[in-house]
Design a binder for this molecule. Structure first.
Ligand code: BGC
Ligand code: BGC
Length: 632
């Protein structure tokens, strides 16, 4: 009796087991999108067929980490998270803390019904620059002066490793703006005023993402494994051409010039497989790029056959109207209709989600537009292997600020330096500087200041003056380089009497611009900020001097040129100040060439190489060279 009952219930249990196994197998068979052996297009199709409108709109939404959480990721099916400038898990957070934070968000995404992983993006525009202890490379204007795409590619590869070290998979770089007016606050993010140099420097893309395999189709998004990250060509298009260099303003130019100056680098990045393109805040002939269907969909997607996804800029939707956010529903309609696939919201995501849902449900935006966006986002996620490897571990934390990367950055610094003057016609060259003088003076606001030598987009969005991260200041580098018997005196802002009465063999003056980014850097006068000019006058009027300029662009220098014995444009070198001393003291030669025209007075601007009335202080391509005194 008992055994019969047992046998009966056993067969019942087995029956249930078989049934549930069968459904599991059937389900697993249908989970095509989870199978890495299936071609990506089938995986996309399978997954899209399963997705609700809510899930699709979630994929299109990117939010800032400050409003993200495991719960938010899960509840709204958020497709992507970013760190805005300075948006960090904690001040001086370690790589492990970053990995933990990114993984927490990811776990929220993975716990959704379909488990679609999110992408985490960050502005790694000169190294993984929001992160404490990362290697900070020179800003793009300096890299343009190297004329060396191979070096830039290496920097891309190092940056990818430092981004992955923090568990992050997406870098909002390169900025391929062609800055046509140095009054623009973002000029330092531009490699050059010459489109050909910007094109050459798109080698950052294969540096970040890896090289397209020989047999792959050109123009498809590509990321070559767990040591590489998604790149982002920005800001499409014409960001560097606005009137008077006013940030986010209007680029007035005809189609021919838009194509010939601002567009060429987009061809290169697309051919090299760039995965994403960011739209510019600026307008072209009065039409906001965020609402420009003709260029975003018509040209970028249809004509150039870009297959990755298009991302908006930060609150780019809001800024379609002025004042911003005046009619958000209208902005969503315009932006999504223009062809933007992922929207960097970054805070008011429920307003965006509700608005877009309304617009789709009421047929203002066709489902086909949503599907195009989601398909592109999913293609990128499948392609980069995110479904197979959604979570980061600590194995790559060792790359953050590694010695090898710092050596690379130091080499880059050496190559970015442009020697603009070295003695007069009658007196002798001052550079290479002597290592064996009894006593030398170092002066200036930028001589012993890591934050100042890194510029904007470092630790904070705007950058920050002071001892903000790990690195070598120029003063420390000078002390490391001179003979141990040489006395190095540092006085930030000495008066002339002091300089005269101290028997210095020569002085090194390091002055420049304070850190800034975006609109805060716009300047109509481009004067060297105080006390820069008085430091130059006090020091150079009293002793032989070399002036090292730490600036994001050419500044007004002509009035001081006669007093200065040697002049070096060092741009924004980043954390590895040793590179500056390497070249000043002749261990290496100067080789950098201006990537921009150096104007005499601001009323000449805009003035670019090839212009009819070209009358520069130092022309595009200028740069004296010196031979290394020590052979390597
Ligand atoms: C900038 C972009 C940047 C984004 C995210 C925007 O203000 O224009 O270059 O990628 O913020 O920080
Ligand atoms: C963010 C930046 C962003 C900027 C745009 C800042 O608050 O930190 O990432 O680029 O806003 O205006």
């Amino acid at each position: 009796m008992l055994s019969r009952k047992m046998a009966k219930s056993r067969s019942f249990l087995i029956g249930i087991l078989v049934l549930s196994c069968w459904t599991a197998i059937a389900n697993a068979e249908r989970m095509i999108y989870k199978d890495p052996k299936i071609p990506i297009n089938h995986r996309i199709k399978d997954l899209m067929n399963r997705m609700t409108l809510e899930e699709k709109i979630g994929q299109m939404t990117q939010i800032d980490r400050s409003v993200a959480s495991t719960e938010v990721m899960k509840k709204y099916y958020i497709g992507s998270v970013l760190s805005g400038g300075g948006s960090v898990p904690a001040p001086q957070a370690s790589a492990e803390t970053w990995v933990d934070m990114v993984n927490d968000f990811q776990k929220g995404s993975l716990s959704t019904r379909l488990g679609i992983p999110m992408i985490y993006g960050i502005d790694a525009v000169h190294g993984n620059n929001n992160v404490y202890n990362a290697t900070i490379f020179p800003h793009n204007i300096g890299l343009g002066a190297t004329r060396d795409p191979v070096l830039v590619k290496k920097i891309g590869a190092a940056t990818a490793l430092e981004v992955r070290a923090t568990g992050i998979t997406y870098a909002f770089a390169p900025c391929i703006a062609v800055c046509r007016d140095p009054r623009w606050g973002r000029c330092y993010e531009s490699y050059s005023e010459d489109p050909a140099i910007v094109q050459a420097m798109t080698e950052l893309v294969p540096g970040l993402q890896g090289d397209l395999p020989a047999n792959s189709r050109k123009g498809v998004p590509y990321v070559g494994g767990k040591e590489k990250v998604l790149a982002c060509a920005k800001h499409f298009v014409g960001d560097g051409g606005t009137t008077k260099g006013i940030n986010e303003n209007n680029t007035v130019t005809n189609w021919h010039r838009l194509l010939n100056i601002h567009m060429p680098a987009y061809y290169d990045t697309i051919i090299k497989g760039v995965s994403t393109v960011m739209v510019s805040y600026s307008s072209w002939n009065g039409v906001k790029m965020h609402a420009n269907r003709e260029l975003v969909t018509g040209f970028l997607k249809n004509k150039l056959r870009f297959r990755g996804f298009v991302i908006s800029d930060w609150q780019g939707l809001d800024r379609i109207t002025s004042p911003p956010h005046a009619n958000y529903t209208y902005s969503i309609l315009e932006g999504v209709d223009a062809g933007i696939d992922m929207l960097m919201i970054p805070y008011n995501y429920t307003e965006f989600i509700d608005g877009l849902t309304f617009l789709v449900k009421n047929n203002f935006i066709p489902m086909s537009r949503i599907d195009d966006a989601v398909k592109r986002i999913l293609r990128v996620k499948f392609m980069m292997g995110l479904f197979e490897n959604p979570l980061a571990d600590y194995s790559m934390t060792k790359y953050l600020g590694s010695q090898e990367h710092r050596e690379l950055a130091r080499e880059a610094v050496r190559r970015t330096l442009v020697l603009l003057k070295n003695g007069g016609s009658s007196d002798k060259a001052l550079i290479p500087l002597s290592k064996k003088s009894p006593k030398i003076l170092v002066a200036g606001t930028h001589a012993d200041n890591i934050g100042n030598q890194c510029g904007g987009w470092t630790i904070q969005w705007q950058g920050q003056t002071g001892n903000i991260t790990v690195g070598t200041t120029i003063l420390t580098a000078i002390k490391n380089t001179v003979d141990p018997k040489t006395e190095v005196v540092f006085t930030e802002n000495p008066d002339a009497g002091y300089v005269k009465s101290n028997n210095f063999s020569y002085a090194i003056v390091v002055v420049g611009e304070p850190p800034y980014s975006e609109t805060n850097g716009d300047s109509l006068n481009l004067t060297l900020p105080d006390p820069g000019p008085s430091i130059i006058t006090n020091v150079c009027g009293s002793v032989k001097c070399v002036v090292v300029l730490i600036t994001g662009r050419p500044v007004v220098i002509q009035p001081y040129l006669d007093q200065i014995d040697a002049l070096v444009a060092a741009w924004l070198p980043g954390t590895e100040g040793q590179g500056v001393a390497d070249v000043l003291f002749g261990d290496y030669g100067f080789s950098g060439k201006l990537s921009r025209t150096w104007f005499k007075t601001v009323d000449q601007l805009p003035m670019n190489v090839g212009d009819q009335h070209y009358d520069p202080l130092f022309p595009f391509g200028y740069g004296l060279t010196t031979e290394p005194t020590k052979a390597y």
